[in-house]
Design a binder for this molecule. Structure first.
Ligand SMILES: Cc1cc2nc3c(=O)[nH]c(=O)nc-3n(C[C@H](O)[C@H](O)[C@H](O)COP(=O)(O)O)c2cc1C
Length: 292
């Protein structure tokens, strides 16, 4: 199999980079091919702007969607974007490694998505508007996984924690960015307290991570509901009989596999690094790290 590791941290000794190295080791040890996009080393251009469209369909007005459609279909994207799309096409799985910055990914990685997720590929697939999305699209058949270094303690991200549950904070990435173009998204792997992790904590987190990586092609993905699987008859809104009485982000995960209790157990386990492969899709974040 071919695995693309995309990472956004310039510091070799960071938690983020340690997890990248471990992933590469485990995967190559299993006989897989590992390809990397080290965004800082590549000096990735994070800003999506007019320079992305050297050949314009409308020089008078910059419509990103129209220009993206034109550039992707016409083969006139920039070389850096084409390279990343080539790596993605070849990948059976993609792991995004990043530190949590303001409850999301660093700008350099967001800019990687903005520029590489072209119209016709990641959205507007086959020029058919929203016909193919959420479970279908240009990245169907690939697996995706987030490996996130989180500065704060797990309890701040627990179901009633002050920051909100991590799987909800990252929903725009797991659901909106990865599942939207068709990837099967695995439960996020998070290392909490990453800003002040001691050697023992790092070793524990690393061991848990290696286990997750080894099961990259075995673990069950988050049970996001597919647009065309029957739950959204008009392709926009959940049918009345689906998740009745529920709304918001988590309604878009099949509730048969949800169990909020799992997350509570993990959030209240002090001083341990655990890889919680709990079965609940709604609370599918894997947690590791110490409470501070
Ligand atoms: C710009 C910036 C924003 C941050 N935002 C958050 C945040 O939203 N939540 C949090 O828990 N930690 C936050 N942190 C702390 C980082 O997540 C933490 O430093 C990082 O996970 C440490 O891992 P690393 O060794 O890979 O850098 C932030 C740090 C920086 C520099």
């Amino acid at each position: 199999m071919n695995i693309l590791l995309v990472h956004a941290h310039p510091e070799r000794t960071s938690v983020t980079r340690r997890l990248v190295e471990s992933a590469a080791q485990v995967l190559t040890g299993q006989g897989h091919e590992v390809v990397r996009s080290d965004l800082y080393a590549m000096r990735w251009k994070a800003v999506f702007d007019a320079a992305d469209f050297p050949v314009r369909v409308d020089p008078g007005r910059l419509s990103f969607v129209d220009e993206s459609r034109h550039a992707y279909a016409g083969g006139c994207q920039t070389a850096d974007v084409e390279d990343e799309q080539r790596k993605l096409r070849a990948a059976d799985a993609v792991i995004l490694h990043f530190p949590l910055w303001w409850f999301g990914m660093p700008a350099i990685m967001k800019g990687w998505v903005d520029r590489v997720w072209a119209y016709g590929l990641a959205y507007g697939y086959r020029g058919a508007g929203n016909t193919h999305r959420y479970g279908e699209g240009g990245f169907a058949g690939k697996r995706a996984l987030l490996a996130v270094a989180v500065g704060g303690p797990a309890i701040d991200y627990s179901p009633r924690g002050i920051n909100g549950p991590l799987e909800q904070l990252l929903f725009p990435i797991t659901h909106g960015t990865l599942f939207f173009p068709g990837m099967q998204v695995l439960p996020t792997f998070a290392v909490y307290g990453a800003a002040a992790l001691d050697a023992a904590g790092m070793a524990e987190a690393d061991a848990a991570w290696r286990g997750r990586v080894a099961r990259l092609f075995d673990d069950a993905p988050i049970a996001f509901r597919a647009q065309n699987g029957g739950d959204y008859p008009d392709r926009h809104v959940l049918a009345d009989h689906v998740a009745p009485g529920r709304s918001g982000l988590m309604a878009h995960i099949a509730e048969a596999t949800r169990s909020p209790l799992d997350a509570v157990k993990i959030a209240h386990a002090p001083g341990v690094a655990i890889d919680c492969e709990h079965r609940s899709a709604g609370d599918r974040t894997s947690h590791t790290g110490n409470r501070r």
